[in-house]
Design a protein around this ligand. Structure first.
Ligand code: DX5
Ligand code: ZN
Length: 231
């Protein structure tokens, strides 16, 4: 897979949970690349969403990669459950893992792509000794827990440094950014080196009750175009 392609990963955190299957089908029809699934446990972050049964249900309604972002404590206890549910990418927070290398190995042992997410204050150097063990780095550009927050531009130097680290280690990674991605911010994120863009509010807000797939398509295409322009 080409890691330099610009990919849009809409976050279903902003979807209508009462119609989740239809929402995911609409995103697929609208040209989304991945479906970003925000799992929150009310402990690692001050919000609660859903767990493996919902991922399992989503697996039945889309062929797109399910990009599962675990904002949970002790993620090592849950790797098998999310792998069994049909996740393609399992991303854990560095701040939640005492044994990060072991968790990444467990994800890969299940044949899944292993991701590490960093909160805004977490420096890139925590990745230094696991660069060979990961497939994806997810840089948080908001403090995780809620959709619709403002983009923190202070993380952009970190995106650049992670891109340099991957090159220095000779590894291919997906470099993903999450939080506050919008037409006003995606260009700077692309310029810094991000290639996968999570977007919740920017894709879902303002959708008319009918014609949602058209609305999602126009938002996704707009964001993709703005990212491409800053490659
Ligand atoms: C935040 C989540 C994000 C969030 C993005 O805790 O990880 O994926 O839903 O939403 P927007 O794009 O609205 O900032
Ligand atoms: Zn997320």
């Amino acid at each position: 897979m080409d890691r330099d392609t610009m990919r849009l990963a809409p976050s279903i955190l902003s979807a209508d949970f009462a119609r989740l299957g239809e929402e995911v089908a609409a995103l697929e029809a609208a040209g989304a690349d991945w479906i970003h699934v925000d799992v929150m446990d009310g402990r690692f972050v001050p919000n609660l969403t859903f767990g493996p049964p919902v991922v399992k249900a989503l697996r039945k309604v889309t062929k797109l990669p399910l990009d599962v972002h675990l904002m949970i404590v002790e993620p090592d206890r849950w790797i098998d459950a999310y792998a069994d549910a049909g996740a393609d990418i399992i991303t854990v927070h560095a701040e939640a893992c005492t044994h990060l290398s072991r968790v990444l190995q467990a994800i890969r042992a299940r044949g899944k792509r292993a991701g590490v997410s960093l909160n805004p204050h977490t420096p890139e150097h925590v990745l230094e000794y696991v660069m060979q063990d990961l497939d994806l780095v997810l840089v948080m550009s908001v403090n995780p827990g809620f959709g619709g927050q403002s983009f923190l531009g202070s993380v952009l130097p970190k995106v650049r440094k992670i891109r340099e680290m991957a090159a220095a280690h000779g590894v291919q990674i997906d470099l993903e950014i999450d939080g506050g991605i919008a037409p006003e911010t995606i260009g700077a994120a692309a310029e810094a080196g991000a290639r996968v863009f999570v977007a919740g509010n920017a894709v879902f807000s303002g959708a008319p009750p009918s014609g949602q797939a058209d609305h999602y398509r126009s938002r996704i295409e707009q964001l993709r175009g703005l990212a491409e322009a800053k490659r």
